[in-house]
Design a protein around this ligand. Sequence first.
Ligand code: ADP
Length: 624
Amino acid sequence: MSKKQFQTEVNQLLHLIIHSLYSHKEIFLRELVSNSSDALDKLKFLTLTDESYKGVDFDPRVDIEFDEKERILTVSDSGIGMNETDLEENLGTIAKSGTKSFLNSLTGDAKKDSNLIGQFGVGFYSAFMVADKIEVTTKKAGENEAWKWTSDGKGEFEIEPAERDGHGTTIKMYLNEEGHEYTNRWSVESIIKKYSNHVSFPIYLHYEAVNMEGEGDDKKEVRENRIEQINAASAIWKQSKNDLKEEDYLEFYRQIAHEVDEPLHYIHTNAEGTLDYSTLFYIPGKAPFDMFRADYRPGVKLYVKRVFITDDEKELLPSYLRFVKGVIDSEDLPLNVSREILQQNRVMAKIKSSSVKKILGELETLKNKEREKYNSFWKEFGIPVKEGLYQDFENREKLLELVMYKSSKAEGYTTLAEYVERMGEGQNAIYYVTGEKESVLRNSPLLEMYRKKDVEVLILDDEIDEIVVSGIPKYKDYDLKSVNRSDAAEDLKSEDDKEREKNVEPLVKKIKEKLGDRVKDVVASTRLSDSPSCIVADENDPTVKMHNLMKAMGQGANIPDFKPILEINPDHEIVKKLEGSSDDSLLEDVSNLLLEQAMLVEGVEIKDPTEFVGRLNRVMAKAI
Ligand code: ADP
């Protein structure tokens, strides 16, 4: 018998589980049953597809036994089982990538953390919340030796040869104080019903029934051992909607999403016709912790004729819908479908595209009928959905109806359709401003003219907005125009505005000379009212934000410095006074300051702050 050390991360995790998850201890049972169900799925699949397993005696089931006096709880399955190597790898390490970042993402808030742990699927170790010692006795299907893994969850485990009748795995838990309540028929049964009712294999509970027999003085206790199936064991997604209640859907969600909370919405489809398939999708209430990681876990499981095929296939839905959880079950795919086949399969492609249409359609309905709910959906999942605008050309029209933005005029979020509805007469474009901070954008000088003319501007402050929106030229018949660009204001200017711009041209020319190659151009613009100047990007140049983004993405070396167009407000007092001045050094200082203050407001770094301060002080000295 040899003692082995747990991998460091396992110890970390064990510590966390034991110390932070008290409020949800009961989930250990869901996790163990879920592992058993996976093990049964794996063996079922092999017996159906692999010749060498055809002879295996397979009666798929989970059995739960308890001993109240000895405080022992046992969960047993007739699944695929594990050999010595499996045991060491599966129950000594955490094989999944992203463990470290997962551990870092824990908040210390027990409720949130227990959800995270469920999502991450570190299930087995949660049994140490309720047990001082655990023995796992297991035999792999098709092999002869059985093995026993033992640990008290304190840094070490042991593996030794053992005896077991058939293939499968038995988890024997020596319960601690906390775990005592699970040696009780009613509590086990209610937990299984709550979390695992729709596990597709039967779960049997073994218990001792106590009856009183006889009359009067002859009355005596009769004890009898009974075995009873305690779950429904039905593939809920295959049932008719009419036979299912809200609670059935919620309970199945808790089971597959490892969630305690309710989903925001669910979508159940039973399709018959050219293709037979069922799908049951859930929109979670909260974004999964790994939604923005490249190695996120896909939320949708694939079944073929009720046989579990995979839960590790990211192509089942497009990646912008990666937060959707649920099941796809096809009657038309072969059981031994490989990943390669899956990705080029016509049946799969059709199911996928109908599923996407269905999900987007339901979201649209949610938006129209339950706006509050849709708003909270958007808060959690707006960013991935926006990715769809450049990933999914086919559904772009639909997605454009789903996107929402903040706005200079409306509270909360507004849709493009709502913007168009509010548009004044003669307006034929949708205006938006992009940048990093909502508060900065709302107060940006770029918006002054729009405010004055009562034109609504959408506030796009998500990192992804700039990239996405620049690829969308139009919504219906309306051009989307960035206020950050030089040409956007042109169509709002009156003849009078243009006249005033023309009048300051001589000054504009002088300022341009002074600024030299710090700017791409200097122009007069009546779009400003309170500010003397602002910077914009040329029609075909990247905007400030795009520029920063490209630098951050490591393209820094190849990108020339951002050269803005400086716009001067002909009606501003500073500009007017400057027109009447013949002080050449003042002109030089003020020209530079007009540029630098506009850069600061837009969040662009000033290369030489010392020079900036020097100029500022010279001008102040003259003014006082
Ligand atoms: P997860 O189930 O998310 O992979 P666990 O820590 O619960 O994480 O389990 C780790 C691994 O141990 C599983 O992936 C599986 O390979 C193996 N395992 C756990 N329980 C069983 C079981 N009852 N039968 C066979 N293998 C099991």
